[in-house]
Design a protein around this ligand. Sequence first.
Ligand SMILES: *Cc1c(COP(=O)(O)O)cnc(C)c1O
Length: 353
Amino acid sequence: MSRFLDPRYSGLKEYVPGEQPRDRKYIKLNTNESPFPPSASVMKCATESETADLRLYSDPSQTVLRKKLADHYGVKPENVLVGDGSDEVLNFCFMCFAHGRAAFADITYGFYKVLADLHSIETRIVPLADDFTVDPAKYEGIGIFTVIANPNAPTGIALKVSDIERIVASNPDSVVVVDEAYVDFGAESCLPLIEKYDNLAVVRTYSKSFSLAGARLGYCFADAGLISDLDRIRNSCNPYNVGRLSLLAGAAAIDDAAYYELNCGRIAVNREYTTAKLGELGFCVLPSSANFVFASHPGISGKELYSGLKERGILVRYFDLPRIDGHIRITIGTKEQTDALIAALSEMIGGDR
Ligand SMILES: *Cc1c(COP(=O)(O)O)cnc(C)c1O
């Protein structure tokens, strides 16, 4: 730290992303990326002429992609905003709507706490139940800005839309953000509720189900009033927040929606296969609606699982945090990757199986 840093940031705990090591080739099951490549239409969008146009700024009003998303999801363009990853959209939500206070779960996406700290927002931490489920009653009438990941991360457990609706309806004077980063893998979306509630923002990403983590594309569906607030902040931070090629890739991906649905189906099938295989090895696996599973084993710690797998060329995510340090989060990749994972774990756990 230099002596020039504004003291308000001197205690800031940064978000620590999952490792992206370059030292050797790993089976990467640690950052919930897709094992499948982007679709054919996306592969073709970086043409020579589009690349030449990189000398020009990108469209600050994101017109084409907003329209594309609006048409595909059955909303109006004024209900859509696009961000440099959904992390940026979440940042704008905290800046716009928190009014100094934010509620979220003790075990959830780590970025929420980082954003709250970044903007000096006081947090109301709402513990998950012992079985790691969200109790919607704890958010009913809470009266402050609320963020819920659905399905939750890193647990993978999803809430029903009717439960989220009760939370949104009981807090009419506060914004509720539903982070649907993993919704395409098997949970119900709250998107239909944005017509009914002016205090709901549904945040999504291209990083997981659309195989575009490296394009940095996220989006938000909400009442036109909320979108105009988010645009005010976006235009005040970085009006060209999404690059030309990423805007193109996002629109092209929507043209191949069927390909991505197929991939999500393949992931869901492999998730059940992985869960069953882990169960045979004595793991306890939480019921996941996402593209990862959260698993623990009575005989071996999360940290040992993580390092034993890393030695064997497989990366998973381990969180050294209370309540979840016995667990590892495993991204669901291909069936071949699962088989390699299971073989490594059998070797580590041993026994006559
Ligand atoms: C991966 C993830 C995001 C961030 O995605 P980007 O669009 O890549 O920034 C947001 N929320 C949750 C819960 C995630 O797991």
